[in-house]
Write a protein that binds this ligand. Structure first.
Ligand SMILES: O=P(O)(O)OC[C@H]1O[C@H](OP(=O)(O)OP(=O)(O)O)[C@H](O)[C@@H]1O
Length: 163
């Protein structure tokens, strides 16, 4: 998912650090019941924060990455693997913050087909590709993650209605 594809989103779902932490912990409870796990493979960059929280909760100290870059503009949607991982993923958790169109998921699943793929949030188009997720969000919703946002002033509702 890239900023350039934002125009398909009709609403925004802002997530605070606190909510993100709570949701990642709730996902950790589910994953704990399915373990034990050899380690975690975080999909960069969105998977890094959830992976850290899950690693803490499940006392996992072996953390690897699959490093991915998505490009906007002319090559909108093109995905490049900057760093793969080794092995087929047996016994490993593959973690991302979100599955949206499923494009990233399809690519990484091919790389580690035996890994258990977990995301905090899932949209309908990508949901079939995830083994475990916490919260479903509609396809036309832009999830605004805390690392992409800051707290700022908003007009009172009355004033907003007058503009
Ligand atoms: O299902 P998809 O449509 O492929 O979208 C999901 C991907 O999009 C986000 O990454 P993004 O491309 O924003 O990169 P970043 O995590 O490095 O910011 C997210 O972290 C997933 O990896």
């Amino acid at each position: 998912m890239t900023d350039a594809t934002k125009n398909v989103y009709h609403r925004t779902y802002p997530i605070s650090w606190e909510q993100l932490h709570r949701d990642a912990r709730a996902l950790s409870w589910r994953l704990h019941e399915m373990g034990p796990w050899q380690g975690i493979i975080a999909i960069t960059r969105g998977g890094l924060v959830p992976a850290a929280i899950i690693a803490r909760e499940l006392e996992i100290r072996l953390v690897d990455t699959i490093c991915i870059a998505s490009y906007a503009g002319r090559d909108q949607g093109e995905i490049q693997v900057l760093k793969p991982t080794s092995g087929d993923g047996t016994g490993w958790l593959l973690v991302d913050d979100l599955v949206d169109t499923g494009k990233t998921a399809r690519l990484v699943r091919k790389m580690v087909p035996k890994a258990h793929f977990a995301t905090i949030y899932a949209k309908p188009a990508g949901r079939p590709l995830v083994d475990t997720f916490m919260t479903e969000v509609s396809q036309d919703t832009w999830i605004l993650f805390p690392w992409d946002s800051e707290i700022q002033f908003v007009q009172p509702i009355v004033e907003r209605n007058n503009t």
